[in-house]
Design a protein around this ligand. Structure first.
Ligand code: GLV
Ligand code: MN
Ligand code: MN
Length: 427
């Protein structure tokens, strides 16, 4: 049965705008206002304080764990029961818009505000969460906070990760005063829900309101270090060069060839997002390049094969260019499927609101894939304008698109939060 409540779409959108003003910058490439709240920077700290203040004003009890994840709790009628958790992230890439992650967190806040306004209690507690460094854009490993909370990455290992300037996760958490005290190992919630922008073109092109996410594709990241010999660009004969830049280019083109070969399936994607030459000067052969490789595939076995193929190519490129190439795997997650029962509920709630919906596999990584190890988890996607462009200031989901997603989030959250106790609640 559908509940009678609806969220306030205008209030939700205003809260997205207000958070989007924290860490905003004028982007010369697009002429738009973008967002830069890289994890655990001062801007992320300011965004965190901004959101925590609103969570507290909504009457929630806020807890911060040792990896800086934030959990804000609304009591249930039976407060002993496992909570329904709604979450996502508020850190961003350096060139972000205002919706990625924030819709899930502020959507959770909007669900709570809606329940508060209606004085609507739920049987189970509700928790609105945001997780540290989902993006991985500063410290190199994505879903960091949720991976620690669910035990995939050890706390001490996460603390030791460093950014390009040698600042550690632990040091950065302390610097913004978000090194909390709560045990980072999260007790299993009853269920986990996340509303997110699709970050791709599919839903918008199909004219569909709601994406029912089946799962998240596998992700593999490498940091690649290529060491050659820097030398004068004008005097060094071509045959005497060990050009790290050319080796990086070969790897980048090999990725493109791997995609074109079709060997890794029709959905395989490969990207070299970082290419940093050292010294990076017009008249110097690059002696060193630091690069990254991002491989994605919904088929975990094909992703394994693609990783093996690119590792083999590193050796070939090293031989061809007379350089040394080493790599470090900074992220690796398999395909994660979401709970069928939650997908069925999202379908039913969208139908009840007269919203069209379609199944979709997420191309981006999400905290929900980590929480899926602990409890039934599911995601609601909303479409985005401009081919769903994301990780770009042009990123835009309209007020109506966002409100549709958060209304479905509200409906599913209420239904789950009113489910009676089971034996598992008292283990
Ligand atoms: C997170 O945004 C990702 O890289 O998928
Ligand atoms: Mn995100
Ligand atoms: Mn993102």
């Amino acid at each position: 049965m559908i509940n009678k409540l609806s969220i306030d779409g205008d209030r939700l959108y205003r809260s997205l705008d207000a958070l989007g003003a924290v860490g905003a910058f004028d982007d010369p490439r697009t002429g738009l206002r973008g967002v830069c709240r890289l994890a655990l920077t001062a801007a992320d700290g300011a965004g965190r304080l901004h959101v925590v203040k609103q969570l507290r004003e909504a009457g929630l009890e806020v807890r911060i764990d040792q990896i800086g994840n934030v959990f804000a709790r609304r009591a249930g009628q039976d407060d002993r029961l496992r909570p329904v958790m709604i979450g996502s992230h508020i850190d961003s890439v350096a060139t972000a818009g205002r919706y990625d992650g924030c819709l899930g967190v502020l959507g959770g806040l909007e669900v709570v505000r809606t329940l508060n306004d209606a004085r609507r209690a739920t049987l189970r507690p509700l928790v609105v969460a945001f997780f540290t460094d989902e993006e991985g854009a500063r410290f190199g490993t994505d879903m960091l906070g949720s991976a620690v909370a669910t035990g995939r990455i050890a706390l001490e290992e996460a603390y030791a990760f460093q950014d390009r300037h040698g600042v550690s996760v632990q040091g950065a958490l302390a610097a913004i005063d978000f090194l909390g005290e709560a045990d980072p190992r999260l007790a299993a919630p009853y269920a986990y829900l996340e509303c997110h922008i699709e970050q791709g073109p599919v839903l918008r092109a199909a004219g569909v309101d709601i994406g029912v996410v089946r799962g998240v594709q596998g992700i593999c990241w490498h940091e690649v270090t290529i060491v050659g010999r820097s030398a004068h660009a004008g005097t060094t004969p071509m045959a005497l060069r060990a050009d790290a830049g050319v080796a990086a280019a070969r790897i980048n083109l090999a990725l493109r060839d791997m995609v074109a070969s079709g060997r890794f399936g029709p959905e395989f994607r490969a990207t070299m997002g970082v290419i940093l030459p050292d010294p990076g000067l017009v008249n110097v052969v690059p002696g060193q390049v630091t690069a990254t490789v991002d491989l994605r595939d919904p088929d975990t076995a094909l992703l394994d094969a693609a990783e093996a193929a690119i590792i083999a190519f590193y050796a070939e490129a090293a031989r061809m260019e007379g350089v040394t190439i080493t790599h470090r795997r900074t992220a690796r997650t398999p395909y994660v499927g979401f709970d069928q029962g939650i997908q069925d509920r999202i379908d039913a709630m969208a139908d009840a609101r007269g919203l069209s919906h379609a199944e979709i596999v997420s191309g981006a990584g999400h905290d929900a894939q980590e929480l899926a190890r602990l409890c039934p988890a599911g995601m609601v996607f909303v479409p985005g304008e401009y081919d769903g462009i994301s990780h770009n200031p042009r990123e835009l989901s309209t007020e109506g698109q966002c409100a549709n997603g958060v209304n479905v989030l509200l409906d599913v959250a209420i239904a789950l939060a009113d489910e009676p106790a089971t034996h598992e609640d008292f283990r």
